[in-house]
Design a protein around this ligand. Structure first.
Ligand code: NAI
Ligand code: 13P
Length: 345
């Protein structure tokens, strides 16, 4: 056990915020967890479960839920933000009064802000300009809450501009079940973690349509190509897309039935409409909004993203998924690695 003396703030008591709280609590930290409603706070504190978001998992006693930001954040060096991307700006505003020059903010959100197309670290920095960019980090990688909370072996990456700060965050999370790497490519880590959700929606859709394993492998591989193209254009290190936040998360999200994005795609493939699917999920499906953001970004930056393009039409323009597949397969012939040689537009 380590860190007996320290308390850590986690904002967002959904499945991922709760799972990360369990990791920290198992590492010996006291965790103050921000929950949005009194009932959720009561259930977490009294019954030691988070029934709605992480059922079947017992919470350690050193996780305490609160509904007041002050109780969660005051005096904390480490703040972990785990809210859906659409709530990040509001959350950053709410935490701002408690941020000091000593604070390190790490987010674990996988999404891009809808109307601004900003990455989450950009949103946080915009709302809290006094916080230096090297004190804003991102945790990402192949890590379903359902498995992490049950101590199943998992690897993730903490990305931050300054290695010594990333290592401080690495130290609070790492243990023998949860192996944490560092890297310094915040742009690549955020882009990879967000855009894989688009491809996972596509993989679920493909499975729902019973298109088979070849189709899914194609989606994963060509999906990685278009994610990398956009990421490189946004300033990412290409190698990040071959790492945990890239290939790692893409594979797990496209192949695991834990994935909300895969499940949402699957239901779409089975003929349900988007509204019904989102209502049935009851948890955040980041890939839907990210498809919109990436579609517009790809147009703005003149980057070819054929899978994202077709998924955008299926989700928002009522295009029949089978026609989308036909259109993808029937495009003009091309070289596989054309984009690697700087001709990736
Ligand atoms: N569930 C998972 O296995 C993983 C999720 N993520 C990412 O973590 C982020 C959060 O996802 P989940 O925890 O799974 O979502 P969830 O749907 O399980 O829970 C979302 C939580 O955020 C809270 N919330 C919503 N708006 C809020 C606001 N304005 N202020 C404070 N709290 C607010 C909700 O009350 C709820 O507790 C997403 O970006 C997701 O992509 C990343 C890795 C794994
Ligand atoms: O990012 C995740 C696993 O790494 C979780 O993906 P979903 O949001 O699709 O469940």
């Amino acid at each position: 056990m380590k860190g007996q003396e320290q308390s850590i703030a986690v904002v967002g008591a959904g499945s991922w915020g709760t799972a990360l709280s369990i990791v920290l609590a198992n590492n010996g930290y006291h965790v103050d967890l921000y929950a949005r409603d009194e009932e959720q706070k009561r259930v977490i504190n009294e019954k030691k479960i988070n029934k709605r978001y992480l059922s079947g998992v017992e919470l350690p006693d050193n996780i305490v839920a609160h509904t007041s930001y002050k109780d969660v954040l005051e005096g904390k060096k480490f703040i972990i933000l785990v809210v859906p991307s659409h709530a990040m700006r509001e959350t950053a505003r709410n935490i701002k009064p408690f941020v000091t020059e000593n604070t390190i903010v790490t987010h674990a959100t996988k999404g891009i802000e809808l109307n601004t197309y900003k990455r989450m670290s950009e949103v946080i920095h915009e709302e809290i300009p006094a916080l230096f960019p090297e004190r804003i980090l991102v945790l990402s990688g192949p890590s379903h809450a359902e498995e992490v909370s049950r101590k199943m072996p998992t690897t993730v990456v903490i990305s931050g501009k300054e290695t010594s700060i990333a290592e401080e965050v690495q130290d609070i999370f790492i243990n023998n079940d949860f192996r944490v790497y560092t890297n310094s490519d915040v742009v690549g880590t955020e882009v990879a973690g967000s855009l894989k959700n688009i491809i996972a929606l596509g993989a679920g859709l493909s499975d729902g349509l019973e298109f088979g394993d070849n189709a899914k492998a194609a989606l994963i591989t060509r999906g990685l190509t278009e994610i990398s193209r956009l990421g490189i254009e946004m300033g990412a290190n290409p190698l990040t897309f071959l790492g945990l936040a890239g290939v790692g998360d893409l594979v797990v999200t496209c192949t695991s039935q834990h994935s909300r994005n895969w499940r949402a795609g699957y239901m779409l493939g089975k003929g349900k409409n988007l509204e019904m699917v989102l209502e049935e999920m009851g948890m955040v499906v980041e890939g839907v909004k990210t498809t919109k953001a990436a579609y517009h970004l790809s147009q703005q930056l003149n980057v070819k993203m054929p899978i994202t393009n077709e998924l955008f039409k299926v989700l928002f323009e009522n295009k029949n998924p089978k026609s989308a597949v036909n259109d993808l397969m029937g495009r003009v012939k091309t070289h596989e690695t054309e984009w690697v040689f700087n001709d990736y537009r």
